[in-house]
Design a protein around this ligand. Structure first.
Ligand code: ZN
Ligand code: ZN
Length: 413
């Protein structure tokens, strides 16, 4: 065991989703981080050890789920098996290793089973009642759990013997056609495909008569009379941060998928009033919550989504503005930490010129007692590459933080 007398130090990881970028013509060929006025980001660069990071591997555009798995100490190539399981964790389902999970949409089909709306008129209300009516079936000895997510989203969980996630989507991702049949992609997946088909049929019968749908029809709204399924995945066996590193950990995160990754790793997720997981989120409230969570946790993750959204929207100005808001949040973090090692980074780049995630490495600064401060003074993608951390992979970050706070274990004798 590690000698605890060496360290009562805490760890905090601030993740600005999608913050990394490329030079943008509209910003005088600077990246949004270079262009933004961000004295607090720069303080972290000046006061810390800096570098750049390939969250997955060089040249691989990370998803937010795989990126967070890596940043929390896992090799995503070993543990990732699709987004579904993490969405299900995120909405609070009891997910166990081996469960097969599909993401679902409450959708609307017409009398010929042609899809009218993949989101059932962007249904928001009554989905928990609908989900309840589909939860708890048993088909061919397979236990079926079904739960609503936010708005039109839901998750279907299959638990039982002989299941496989090698099945195709029933969601054709377009309207005007019929839902697809769940196709097995390997012979061993036939049973799972049959179960999903049977679930879809039974669900359609139940939803046709469901009081929430009758009520919607009477109001002239589209009834949620079909469940479209996609993204089948098997729940991985993950080792919690407590088991692996002995850490009592918490996450302040709004986005369901990232929240799911945190929960899957046994982190406590803390709800914040005013935090939306969107661009209008109350960043300061999130920072206050994260700082106070350090009181009774060894490790706190603070995740803010907004930058990623403006990367996808190709809105460079808004991305700069968001970085400046994040800067204010970091000012609060800076002024309120003590005896804590803080890493400030992103889960991936979402360049406005790409409108999607790219494989460009992200900047990383680590501040804390005893870190070897380098010469970098500006927090941006280009300056940070000259820092002493060099270029690391995401899965190396947590071990590095643990070592800084003297909580790592010696390898060898
Ligand atoms: Zn992300
Ligand atoms: Zn994104």
């Amino acid at each position: 065991m590690v000698d605890d007398t060496l360290s009562g130090m805490k760890m905090m990881l601030v993740i600005c989703d999608g913050m990394g970028d490329r030079p943008v013509a509209e910003l005088d060929d600077k990246t949004p981080l270079q262009y933004a006025n961000c004295p607090n980001f720069d303080w972290f660069a000046k006061t810390g050890i800096c570098g750049i990071m390939d969250t997955i591997a060089p040249g691989i555009p990370p998803g937010s789920d795989t990126a967070h798995l890596a940043l929390l100490g896992n090799d995503p190539f070993e543990v990732y098996s699709g987004r579904g399981p993490f969405e299900a964790f995120g909405i609070g389902m009891d997910v166990r290793p081996g469960d097969v999970i599909l993401r679902g949409n409450f959708a609307n089909v017409d009398e010929n089973r042609k899809i009218v709306d993949r989101r059932a008129g962007r249904i928001k209300e009554g989905t928990s009642k609908i989900a309840e009516s589909l939860n708890g079936m048993e088909i061919e000895g397979v236990q079926i759990l079904f739960q609503e997510g936010t708005e039109h989203r839901a998750a279907l969980l299959l638990r039982g013997e002989g299941l496989s996630s090698e099945i195709g989507d029933t969601d054709p991702h377009r309207t005007g056609c019929c839902p697809e049949k769940a196709e097995p992609r390997s012979p061993s997946a036939k049973k799972t495909a049959d179960v999903v088909e049977e679930f879809s049929k039974r669900a359609q019968d139940i939803l046709k008569e469901h009081p929430v749908n009758k009520e919607r029809e009477s109001q002239g709204l589209l009834p949620a009379n079909y469940i479209l399924l996609r993204g089948s995945g098997t729940a991985p066996k993950l080792i919690s941060l407590k088991e692996k590193y002995g850490l009592k950990s918490a996450a302040v995160v709004g986005v369901m998928l990232v929240k799911g990754v945190c929960k899957a790793l046994g982190m406590e997720t803390i709800k914040v009033e005013g935090a939306t997981g969107g661009v209008d989120t109350d960043m300061m409230a999130k920072a206050r919550t994260a700082i106070s969570a350090l009181g009774d946790h060894d490790f706190v993750l603070l995740h803010v989504k907004a930058c990623d959204v403006y990367g996808h929207d190709a809105d460079a100005r808004k991305k700069v503005e968001t970085i400046e808001r994040l800067d204010e949040m970091l000012g609060y973090v800076k002024d309120n930490i003590s005896n804590t090692c803080v890493a400030v980074t992103a889960d991936h780049s979402t360049p406005v010129s790409v409108r999607n995630h790219s494989g460009d490495p992200v900047p990383l600064a680590i501040v804390g007692p005893g870190v070897r401060v380098d010469d970098v003074t500006s927090y941006d993608e280009i300056s940070m590459a000259k820092g002493d951390l060099g270029r690391i992979r995401g899965k190396d970050l947590l071990p590095i933080l643990l070592d800084i706070v003297n909580k790592s274990e010696m390898y060898g004798a």
